[in-house]
Write a protein that binds this ligand. Structure first.
Ligand code: CA2
Length: 145
């Protein structure tokens, strides 16, 4: 059985409630349902969201110990969390896939969003395809097995 953790940072649980021009109209609950429905027979997909940097790092440690694959939308932590970067580097350094995902295209937005401190240690980055970015990331992690 392969486990994929789909980890999400601050405010993403409010998806579908505000800024539909940026993030689309799919709700958080619909996104979770679509990802759970996309699990292949030998896969467990666990979708989680937190506003707490410490909890997110704890989940990355859990992934490392379980040798799980990770799809990560770090949300605003993308732009400044060196602690999250160090945790991601532990996973990719151990040969595990960590795909950084964004719903919007941060490079087409405000300047502060153009920097990701995560991308340099992630396996790869998928951004700008709305909630479809997560499904593209699923295909990406499967392609690396
Ligand atoms: O595009 C993405 O997925 C982001 O990671 C989303 C983050 C943002 O800080 C990054 O620059 C790009 C923000 C998530 C906030 O989520 C909301 C959801 C619904 C309504 C408002 C915010």
């Amino acid at each position: 059985m392969t486990t994929i953790l789909v980890l999400n940072g601050p405010n993403l649980s409010r998806l579908g409630s505000r800024e539909p021009d940026v993030y689309g109209s799919t709700t958080w609950e619909q996104l979770v349902e679509s990802l759970n429905a996309a699990a292949a027979p030998a896969e467990t997909i666990s979708v989680r969201q937190t506003n707490d940097e410490s909890e997110l790092i704890g989940w990355l440690h859990e992934a490392l110990d379980a040798r799980a694959e990770v799809i990560l939308n770090p949300a605003a932590f993308t732009h400044y969390s060196y602690a999250l970067r160090d945790a991601v580097a532990m996973l990719t350094g151990a040969g595990l896939s960590v795909v950084e995902v964004h719903i919007s295209n941060p490079h087409a937005r405000e300047e502060f969003r153009h920097t990701s401190v995560i991308s340099g240690v992630a396996t790869g980055v998928i951004a700008g395809f709305g909630v479809q970015s997560y499904h593209l990331a699923l295909a990406a992690v499967r392609s690396r097995r």
